[in-house]
Design a protein around this ligand. Structure first.
Ligand code: NDP
Length: 480
């Protein structure tokens, strides 16, 4: 069975303990590879390699760093089909989604930051002819990048690309549930000629490997994407050490539908924003708020289209939803369907596990689920479910829509559907979320700041924000 090895100091190496964990194919519910069960000592070896590589990588001409990173992006494009299949087997998502979204966006991340670093500039100020201030920015040193399982290679590259482009060296940990594409990526790093120690990938459990990265005194910046509970723990460890921290956390995003929307587009996109990637996207609109005059029509059509979604073999072209990432996660999501009933909600469609035939009979499949009849304060409407489950709530006025939209502790993203331009801007300004889409969803321009308000995160990634995060400003004041 294939072994997923660590990538340390330019080489693929066994974990020092020699121990491995099982890696599951969620679509079949079977173990299909083994993943390095690394310890603190592996992180120490990775950090040492990163510290050694830092002087030459950080002083290398930005253009030379760019050339290496662009080779890496080209290699991802070259291996698109292989990587998409690997990501689908590791995560359970449809191959066609990995091929059209995850993997192309992974190479786009690298290409964007490799070239953005070439245009990254600092300021100079003349102070009334008395002095000149100029600012320089230096890479922070060794960065720790920790990524989740839902968009494995996409979010992994989202973290490491700006770090490497800025001149940092990196110790990274992909989720233990979906390590395969990061492993294949480490092989591409070797092929692209990335110097030894510049990127180190340590596989294993969050509470051992992730924790050791966060605790390591010479890893000076932590960029983390994952759940809010883990984010809180990371912040508690890193803050007393005064590390730079970027936390991209969970969401419970409102999808606000006014009755003057383009109904067909809002409907089609809402199906996607509810159930794409089995609802396992932090930006999914899991709370749909619909103006009462449109509510009945919207709910009927939405339930009908949800019932038509095809759940099944992730490799089949016709599949809309694949398997959830693990048995434990499936049980968690199913428990929310049960909770919704206890809280007085009505499940209009879905709510159950699906058992498929043949080789997929042990896979972790679930019916896409639509719930109505709950108020905004119940747990189903407050907690992140992170699966194919949405609630729909009616509202009467714009004020009520805003109150419902802002009624959770999260503030990652929101979507607004209206043809009224003034209202679109007015509502966008008052929803407390870091990312607002008007009449669209998941449109990304990598130059824009990305991140959440409230419990959805600290700091912003994307564009210059990420390059600023991985560099430190120094101001020099020269008396004239
Ligand atoms: P987790 O928080 O469980 O894990 C994220 C990563 O952190 C994994 O690599 C995990 O390792 C690791 N980890 C776990 N414990 C620790 C620790 N004590 N110290 C350091 N690292 C640790 O999140 P999930 O993987 O379950 O991902 C889903 C979550 O991610 C959802 O809440 C989702 O909203 C959020 N997310 C946020 C995004 C955003 O941009 N805001 C984007 C995508 C997802 P291991 O897997 O081994 O436990």
């Amino acid at each position: 069975m294939q072994k997923i090895l660590n990538y340390i100091n330019g080489k693929l190496v066994e974990p020092l303990s020699g121990k491995y964990l099982d890696n599951y194919d969620p679509s079949r519910g079977i173990v299909y590879s083994h993943i390095a069960d690394s310890e603190k000592e592996d992180v120490e070896a990775a950090a040492e390699a990163a510290i050694r590589a830092f002087p030459s990588w950080s002083q290398m001409a930005t253009e030379d760093r760019m050339k290496i990173l662009l080779r890496l992006a080209d290699l991802i494009d070259h291996d698109l089909d292989k990587l998409a299949l690997a990501e689908s087997i590791d995560n359970g998502k449809p191959v066609k989604l990995a091929r059209s979204l995850d993997i192309p966006r992974a190479s786009a991340n690298i290409r964007f930051y490799a070239t953005a670093a070439m245009h990254f500039a600092t300021d100079a100020h003349v102070n009334d002819g008395d002095s000149v201030n100029y600012t320089t920015r230096m890479p922070v040193g060794v960065a720790g990048c920790i990524s989740p399982w839902n968009l494995p290679l996409y979010l992994f590259t989202w973290k490491i690309a700006p770090a490497l482009a800025a001149g940092c060296t990196v110790v990274a940990k992909p989720s233990e549930l979906t390590p395969m594409t990061a492993f294949l990526f480490s092989q591409l790093c070797i092929e692209a000629g990335l110097p030894a120690g510049v990127l180190n990938i340590v596989h294993g459990l969050g509470n051992k490997v992730g924790q050791a990265i966060v605790e390591h005194p010479q890893i000076t910046a932590i960029s983390f994407t994952g759940g809010t509970v883990t984010g809180r723990k990371i912040a508690a460890t890193a803050a007393p050490m005064f590390k730079k921290l970027s936390l991209e956390l969970g969401g419970k995003n409102p999808n606000i539908i006014f009755d003057d929307c383009d109904f067909e587009l809002a409907m089609k996109t809402s199906i996607r924003s509810s159930f794409a990637n089995q609802g396992e996207i932090c930006l999914c609109g899991s709370r749909i708020l619909v103006e009462r005059s449109l509510y009945k029509k919207f709910v009927e059509e939405f339930v009908k289209l949800t019932g038509e979604l095809r759940v099944g073999d992730p490799a089949a072209e016709g599949t809309d939803l694949g398997a959830l990432v693990s048995e434990a996660h499936l049980q968690k999501v199913l428990s929310y369907a049960a909770l919704a009933k206890e809280e007085g909600g009505q499940i209009l469609t879905g709510g159950n596990r699906i058992v498929l035939n043949g080789e997929f009979s042990a896979g972790y499949y679930m019916e896409p689920t639509v719930i109505v009849g709950l108020d905004e304060k119940c747990r189903t409407n407050q907690e992140e479910i992170f699966g194919p489950v949405v609630t729909i709530m009616p509202f009467d006025t714009e004020e009520e829509a805003l109150r419902l939209a802002n009624s959770t502790g999260y503030g990652l993203s929101a979507t607004i559907w209206t043809e009224n331009l003034k209202r679109a801007h007015r509502v966008a300004h008052q929803v407390k979320s870091g990312i607002i889409w008007v009449n669209c969803w998941l449109h990304r321009d990598l130059r824009t700041p990305f991140g959440g308000m409230k419990q959805s995160g600290v700091g912003r990634e994307g564009g210059w924000e990420a390059l600023r995060f991985f560099t430190e400003a120094k101001n020099v004041c020269v008396k004239l």
